[in-house]
Design a protein around this ligand. Sequence first.
Ligand SMILES: *Cc1c(COP(=O)(O)O)cnc(C)c1O
Length: 413
Amino acid sequence: MKDPIFLDNAATTRTDPEVVEEMKPWFDERYGSPATLYAMGAEAKQAIEEARQRLADLIGADVKEIYFTSGATEANNWAIKGTAEALASKGKHIITTNAEHHALLMPCRHLEKNGWEVTYLPVDGEGLVTPEAVADAIRDDTVLVTMAHGNHEIGTIQPIAAIGAVTRERGVTFHVNAAQTVGHVPVDVAELECDLLSLSAHKFYGPKGVGALWMRRGVRTTPLLHGGGQERKRRPGTHNVPGIVGLGKAAQLARNRMQSEAKKLVELRDYLIEGIEKGLDDVRLNGSRSERLPNNVNFSIEGIEGESIMLSLSYPTAEGSRPVYVSTGSACVSGTLEPSHILLALGVPVEMAHGSVRLTLSHENTREECDYVLETLFEVVERLRSMSPVYKRGASKCATGNDNDGCDCEAAG
Ligand SMILES: *Cc1c(COP(=O)(O)O)cnc(C)c1O
């Protein structure tokens, strides 16, 4: 099998070779626990603090406000459950959106089962919520607003700074899940006016299993875990030293590369979007054209299943062809055949939601790879549609929302 083309970078990224190099000595040469006072521990402690500084520099934070975690899932759980518990005597109402990652949705659901009330603000057809909608939903007993900065599935970037201004004015704690944006687009915690921010190293060329929660000084949360005194007594457990060192290196690389990388990704992204819209009938771009992550392409393709496309692309049968790895939505839900709740939240019809593919780029992808992917995708779609009992070319242009101008839905029936 030839080299795969990896277009699933919203799920995870390849750890950068420079990150791997930086991590190596911390496994088997400098393996002391940072909690100890002898030299091998002290140097691990110093490495952690250097990583903390590098991460703080990337997101415009104070080093003392960064807490290392096992990833964005833990950071979200801590931010949401910790805030809810700390402020329970003040109120038990939380606001989020109906298009969130499971790592944010499920902690909210958990609280809902335990006496909290959660408002799920509906997103519009592009996946956006407005600051006005947030303002209208805030009540006297609202203690937390929590949502993603960039949506992992459709790439929509929320107007976080404007929403932050609302929550600040109303005195409500604001948590942002920035797992998809940190390291890819500028994220500055001061500009975003949030109080808590989650991030994950493996989403920006760092290692898996490590992330952080940034917590503004003075914000009230209870700890998620109880144990030793690590992370200023707020997140116990022996530090994942190699992981944290890797996160710090990834943050440093991102700071240097982000601007040029984003420019390249936007070019490739738009090349894929244009290519798909020109090359295939009856497709719908999901998400926003303007407020979009630089690396995200998400299409609903009428008449076929996303799973069939994904499997055909990843197990090509022709001699010498390259596997192409894409996703049919969030990795957490693509194990099931339920249509994505995020696409349904946009108003994508159920049949169209079933036929969705997500292509997410990394800075290592090339124009040649995109050409290969487009050509292969067109072949796969053509073949699957020719076997599809439900697909009729052009039959539901209106339903796809693809061609609203000049499309007379009534006349089309
Ligand atoms: C990947 C991701 C997560 C989970 O991050 P982990 O570090 O893998 O736990 C949460 N939210 C979003 C938006 C993500 O993309």
